[in-house]
Design a protein around this ligand. Structure first.
Ligand code: F6P
Length: 350
C-alpha cells in the first residue's frame, strides 16, 4: 500500500479543503493508498509532523474555508537556514511517504521543484487568490476573492452615491492586478489601478474630475495593493513601507496604499473620499461553486498523476481542460495582467 502526504503552503485561500478532499477520496477509494496530512506546509515535513487523513476526516469539508492541515510560509531553502531540505528528505524516508502532493502558489511550486530535483516524488496543485501562476488560466481561490470584492464594490456603490463620495477599494493581489481587474470590471469601477500599469496621480484625478463634470457625483476606484504611484513626498512613501517586513521568500508585506490614495485624491480634487481595505476578507470563507469544482478536478488529476508515477508536474487549467505541466516551467515567472484586460476596463473609466 502506497503512502502519500499532502500539504498546503503559503497564504490560505478558499478551496484548499475541497482540494484535500478530492485527493484523499480519489487516492483512498480508487487506489487504496494511505493518506497523511503534513501539518503547516513545508514546516510539517521539516519537523516530521503529520496526521493520517481517512475518509471521515475529509467529510463535510468541501465548503469550508481555510485548510484543515494548516499552512505556513516556511521556505526550506531560505537563506536563514531554518529549513534544511536534508531534514525533509530524512522525514520523508522515516514516515515512509512514497509521494507528496503540494498545494500552493508560486513559492510552494518553486520548493516542490527543488525537492523534485533532489529525488522527491512530487505532484503540485496551483492555488492562490492572486491568480498569478504561470501555465494555468485560473488558480482556485481567485474566483471566490473576485466575487467577494465584487459584492463589496456593489455595496460601496450605493453608499458612495448617497454621499457624493469617491470610494477607494483596496484589494490584494501582490504584484499582479488580477483581483482588481476582474472585480473592477464586474463591479463597474470608474478607475482600476494595477501594478502592471503605473499611473500618475494627476491623471487619475483628471479622470475623476471629468466624470464629475459630466454630472456624476460619486466614483469607485479599485486599487490593487501592489500599485506604483508617484508619491507627493518621501514621508508618504515611507509611511507605506515603514513597517514592511519580508517573508521567508523575500516578499514584502503589502497593504496600505488605498487610504493614502484616498487622501491624495481628496486633496487634489476636493471630492470627499473614503477607503475600504478588503485585505484578508478576500481569503476567508466558503469557496464559490467554480472554485469547489476546480479544486475537486485538480485534486483528482493530481491523484491520477501519482498513480501513473508522473512526478515533477503541476496540474493546470487550460481552456476547460486539466493538463499536467513540468514544474520547472511554472516556477520561473509570475503571470500578470495583459493589455487585453486593461483595454476592456479602460472603456469604462471616468
Ligand atoms: O498571495 C496571497 C496574498 O493574499 C497576497 O495577495 C497578499 O499580498 C499576501 O498573500 C498577504 O500575505 P499574509 O497573509 O502573509 O499577510
Amino acid at each position: 500500500m502506497k503512502k502519500v502526504g499532502i500539504l498546503t503552503g503559503g497564504g490560505d485561500c478558499p478551496g484548499l479543503n475541497a482540494t484535500i478532499r478530492g485527493v484523499v477520496r480519489k487516492c483512498i477509494v480508487d487506489y487504496d493508498y494511505k493518506m497523511y496530512g503534513i501539518l503547516e506546509g513545508w514546516r510539517g515535513l521539516i519537523d516530521g509532523k503529520v496526521k493520517e487523513l481517512d475518509l471521515w476526516s475529509v467529510s463535510g469539508i468541501l465548503p469550508k474555508g481555510g485548510t484543515i492541515i494548516g499552512t505556513s510560509r516556511t521556505n526550506p531553502f531560505g537563506k536563514d537556514n531554518s529549513g534544511d531540505p536534508e531534514k525533509i528528505l530524512d522525514n520523508i524516508k522515516k514516515l515512509g511517504l512514497d509521494a507528496i502532493v503540494s498545494i500552493g502558489g508560486e513559492d510552494t511550486q518553486g520548493v516542490a521543484y527543488q525537492l523534485f530535483k533532489m529525488g522527491v516524488n512530487v505532484v503540485s496543485i496551483p492555488k492562490t487568490i492572486d491568480n498569478d501562476l504561470m501555465g494555468t488560466d485560473y488558480t482556485f481561490g481567485f474566483d471566490t476573492a473576485v466575487n467577494v470584492a465584487t459584492e463589496a464594490i456593489d455595496r460601496l456603490h450605493t453608499t458612495a452615491e448617497s454621499h457624493n463620495r469617491v470610494m477607494v477599494v483596496e484589494v490584494m493581489g501582490r504584484h499582479a492586478g488580477w483581483i482588481a481587474m476582474f472585480s473592477g470590471i464586474a463591479g463597474g469601477a470608474d478607475v482600476i489601478l494595477i501594478p502592471e500599469k503605473p499611473v500618475d496621480i494627476d491623471d487619475v484625478c483628471d479622470i475623476l474630475k471629468k466624470r464629475h463634470e459630466r454630472g456624476k457625483r460619486f466614483s469607485i476606484v479599485v486599487v490593487s495593493e501592489g500599485i506604483k504611484i508617484n508619491f507627493e513626498n518621501k514621508e508618504e512613501e515611507d509611511f507605506i513601507l515603514k513597517d514592511a517586513k519580508t517573508d521567508a521568500f523575500g516578499h514584502v508585506t503589502l497593504g496600505g496604499v488605498g487610504p493614502l490614495l484616498a487622501k491624495m485624491i481628496e486633496k487634489r480634487t476636493g471630492f470627499e473620499s473614503r477607503c475600504t481595505v478588503l485585505g484578508h476578507i478576500l481569503r476567508g470563507g466558503a469557496p464559490t461553486a467554480f472554485d469547489r469544482i476546480l479544486s475537486t478536478r485538480f485534486g483528482i488529476a493530481a491523484s491520477e498523476l501519482i498513480h501513473k508515477g508522473e512526478f515533477g508536474k503541476m496540474v493546470a487549467l487550460q481552456g476547460n481542460k486539466i493538463v499536467a505541466l513540468d514544474l520547472k516551467d511554472v516556477s520561473k515567472n509570475i503571470k500578470t495582467v495583459d493589455d487585453y484586460w486593461y483595454n476592456i476596463a479602460k472603456v469604462f473609466f471616468g
